[in-house]
Design a protein around this ligand. Sequence first.
Ligand code: NAD
Length: 296
Amino acid sequence: MVALPFHMSTITSLGVLGAGQMGGGIAQIAAASGINVTVFDAFPGAIAKCQGVHKKSLAKFVEKGKMAQADMDAALGRIKFTEKLEDLGGSQWIVEAVVEDAKVKKDLFAKLAAICPDENVVLATNTSSISITDIATAAGKTAHRVVGMHFFNPVPLMQLVEVIPAIQTSKDVVERTVALSTKMGKTPLKANDRAGFVSNRVLMPMINEAFYAWMEGVAEPEAIDGIMKLGCNFPMGPLRLADFIGLDTCVHIMNVLADGLNNDRYRACPLLRQLVTAGRLGDKTGRGVFEYPAKP
Ligand code: NAD
């Protein structure tokens, strides 16, 4: 197949696995860029929640004059939801964004390979830390069509897509991933399939170091974040960002770095682990490094 230039993705139908924060966001930006989307989630509650988030998020774009009401209505009309994985069968492209669990993802990729027998259908994963090469093995002899397509949170606002080929991924699939990301209004940048890719390889050790600085009494959390914001021009301090990401997720990614790069300097800071043990996971539990009183 001839590779398409960056701006020329011909994809008109997308299947998304997972109606959570990331899957919902990916479905929204795809629909807003004219693509018909089918979102699969195993849990009905997740689907209802996602529908509400779409309406609220798109309405904000309309309020700010960044989108016409008619375009919002058209985008919502392009999104279908399903609890049956088989309904993704007709899609030209799949993006998986379910829970960060290698077993769950590999199980789904094996099923997808059977549901989408056409080898032109790309099977992309939005994993933030699991090896793309490992996930690709689940697609058996069509592993060449599996690729990492790593969006950032919140998807409608964040510009980057980190494009990560597995060892098995064909060059054509990488080029088509770049083209589709561009069509969806994002800026794709490539990274190789090493633990943490680029984003988490660089970001997470910095966040971990901020916990060490706090644990060793270098400064209090407010000062650590203030210094990094004012002195390094960060929009958000590393400890506030850790709460936003989820402290459990931070520990998980540090484990992936330590194991994948085989180096103990990537082990999670004991204080970070302790907060997770205490159930202080960040925004999602109302308390992490900082406190987040529930909104009325
Ligand atoms: P989330 O918990 O908000 O959503 C996950 C969704 O998957 C839920 O709706 C859940 O119902 C669904 N799900 C779980 N198991 C399933 C199954 N077996 N079959 C079908 N659906 C299932 O999580 P998220 O934050 O959207 O993360 C999804 C993926 O995106 C993960 O791989 C994560 O690492 C990655 N990611 C997350 C972020 C982030 O900041 N949250 C950023 C980049 C990448």
